[in-house]
Write a protein that binds this ligand. Structure first.
Ligand SMILES: Nc1ncnc2c1ncn2[C@@H]1O[C@H](COP(=O)(O)OP(=O)(O)OP(=O)(O)O)[C@@H](O)[C@H]1O
Length: 261
């Protein structure tokens, strides 16, 4: 079974397609990066897999069933773009991550000791074990993104879709996150990660697709995806998440068309 299978997919909002003509098959257990310039349609593609953007045509199948078909909760994990946890919710790290675990249990589930252990493990995996009881609102933006990653991990999903999980996260945390994703990938979880920053995740994500004006312009090894290193080579941990902040610039993805891919 393929974890993800798109055939001539058109995805958008209302009746306007943002992504079109997309063919993409991701095998179970694969780890794939979705690259491309701002506004190219990466997020829309990811949201289409989750039923959060509209499939306007073609086929979009996830974990063996068309998107939108009711499925067991918790099989797909999602880390949304940019959003930090709502500061208005006076929830602790443990509670927010626990919600991820509840998704796996279903509407009437209750967290049992094994589930609480899974929550603790997920929080520890993102390096926030000492913040379990703290209000999420008291954490930095980057730490809050790690809470969202932990929330997705806690469900132990078969497919994990992440939209710029490293945006606004400092370099040390990016490396920690890469190690977590390597572990998750090693357990057979399929990863699809929208990112502008491939440097930290290059060891985990082997394949890449480049989205250009709503179409896939490259599909192949991440290492050959035509990204170019920034000239200064410095980290910019204060990155806003709105622009590439580290490692590689993808504003103008260079995809060669001379037969060398
Ligand atoms: N909810 C929405 N309703 C209507 N149009 C949208 C919506 N979300 C995004 N779009 C449009 O879809 C296009 C692609 O946006 P998308 O967020 O998919 O790009 P992206 O590649 O993820 O960009 P970035 O790298 O800046 O996050 C943009 O033109 C945007 O205006």
């Amino acid at each position: 079974m393929s974890a993800i299978r798109l055939r001539d997919a058109r995805i958008g909002y209302g009746d306007a397609a943002v992504v079109q003509g997309v063919d993409l098959t991701v095998a179970d257990g694969e780890a794939i990066a979705v690259l491309g310039s701002n506004g190219s349609g990466k997020t829309t593609l990811a949201r289409g897999l989750l039923g959060l953007a509209t499939v306007l045509g073609g086929e979009v199948e996830v974990l063996g069933a068309p998107v939108g078909r009711p499925r067991e909760r918790g099989r797909i994990g999602y880390v949304p773009q940019r959003h930090t946890v709502s500061g208005a919710v006076p929830a602790t790290v443990r509670e927010v991550v626990g919600v991820g675990r509840l998704a796996r249990l279903g509407p009437f589930g209750r967290l049992r000791p094994a589930d609480r252990a899974a929550v603790q493990d997920a929080v520890a995996a993102v390096g926030l074990a000492d913040r379990l009881g703290d209000p999420v609102a008291s954490l930095s933006g980057g730490q809050q993104r790690r809470v969202l990653v932990a929330r997705a991990l806690a469900a132990e999903p078969e497919l994990l879709v992440m939209d710029e999980p490293t945006a606004g996260v400092d370099a040390a945390s990016q490396d920690a996150l890469a190690a977590v994703l390597a572990d998750v990938s090693a357990t057979g979880t399929t990863l699809l990660v929208v990112t502008h920053e491939t440097a930290a995740l290059a060891g985990v994500l082997t394949r890449a697709v480049v989205v250009d004006h709503g179409r896939i312009s490259y599909d192949g090894p991440l290492a050959e995806a035509g990204v170019e290193a920034t000239t200064d080579g410095h980290h910019h941990p204060e990155g806003t998440g709105l622009a590439p902040s580290r490692g590689y610039r993808l504003d103008q993805p260079r995809v060669t068309t001379d037969g060398g891919r």
